[in-house]
Design a protein around this ligand. Structure first.
Ligand SMILES: C[S@@+](CC[C@H](N)C(=O)[O-])C[C@H]1O[C@@H](n2cnc3c(N)ncnc32)[C@H](O)[C@@H]1O
Length: 245
């Protein structure tokens, strides 16, 4: 686990995403109050938290269960001059400790897979006020004809991976009206996530030369990247936007 964090330490973000898509999703929420109360779940080092802070006049609670990410987020928020809008909280997405019906917006980029898409959509709803929004990004099949190698890889890594239509149905059946969805551009996988990981692994391969456990973890990351290189037309991260009814 320590090695996992050594690979992931100090990279711009902890999952696929990019500021332009965060902003695009935010602009699609037409009835957001002028000073929204926002919760960012699984915020990691907070690239999207800071983008939200720059583009709203609200207050954001950034929640993660890994304190070093929260410390990193605070440092970046100071550099970007948005710390007064952000409060970090160490805690679990499995047991949110907030007032029910209190948020105008719940946000979660690349993290709902941890609790599972369907469970997260249902359980987090309680914390949103009626008419408030939930925005999540989730890895999804983009086509029907998924090559077996990609299917086998992702179904063993994340068995809940589904197509967009399937996920939209879950949203509609869980007490929301859909606002829209869009696919994260491929640049959102490479620029701030896979490319920095590739560079980090180059350095750590030398440091951990001969260490099997370390090299196995790096092999797994490289395998994931290889699969994406080959099959990025078939799956991607999708932003799902919904309104609590
Ligand atoms: C794939 S990363 C995404 C981070 C960030 N949203 C981004 O896009 O860069 C998932 C994040 O969820 C956090 N996490 C994992 N389990 C969690 C839990 N049970 N409760 C809260 N956060 C959790 C991890 O520490 C990590 O920061």
């Amino acid at each position: 686990m320590d090695l996992f964090f050594e690979i992931h330490k100090d990279i711009p973000r902890e999952g696929p995403g990019e500021n332009a898509s965060t902003k695009q999703a935010l602009l699609m929420l037409k009835d957001l109050p002028s000073e929204p109360n926002i919760l960012d779940i699984g915020c990691g080092p907070g690239m999207q938290t800071i983008e939200l802070a720059k583009n709203t006049n609200g207050r954001i609670i950034a929640l993660d269960n890994h304190k070093p990410f929260l410390d990193l987020l605070k440092g970046r928020a100071v550099e970007e001059d948005v710390l007064e809008k952000i409060k970090t909280k160490e805690g679990s997405m499995f047991s949110l400790e907030f007032e029910k019906n209190s948020f105008d917006l719940l946000w979660s980029e690349g993290a709902i897979f941890i609790i599972g898409f369907s469970r997260g959509i249902k359980e987090w709803r309680e914390y949103i006020r009626i008419g408030g929004y939930l925005v999540v990004s989730e890895i999804s099949w983009l086509r029907q004809d998924i090559p077996q190698e990609a299917r086998t890889f992702w179904e063993s890594d994340y068995p809940e991976i589904k197509g967009i239509d399937h996920n939209m149905k879950i949203i509609e059946e869980s007490g929301y009206s859909p606002v829209g969805n869009f696919v994260l551009p491929k640049s959102g996988w490479w620029n701030d996530y896979y490319n920095p990981l590739i560079e980090r692994i180059k350095v750590l391969r030398e440091k951990y030369d001969g260490n099997k456990e370390a090299n196995d973890i790096m092999d797994n990351t490289e395998r994931e990247i290889e699969i994406y290189k080959k099959y990025s037309d078939y799956y991607g991260y999708v932003f799902y936007l919904m309104k609590k009814i």
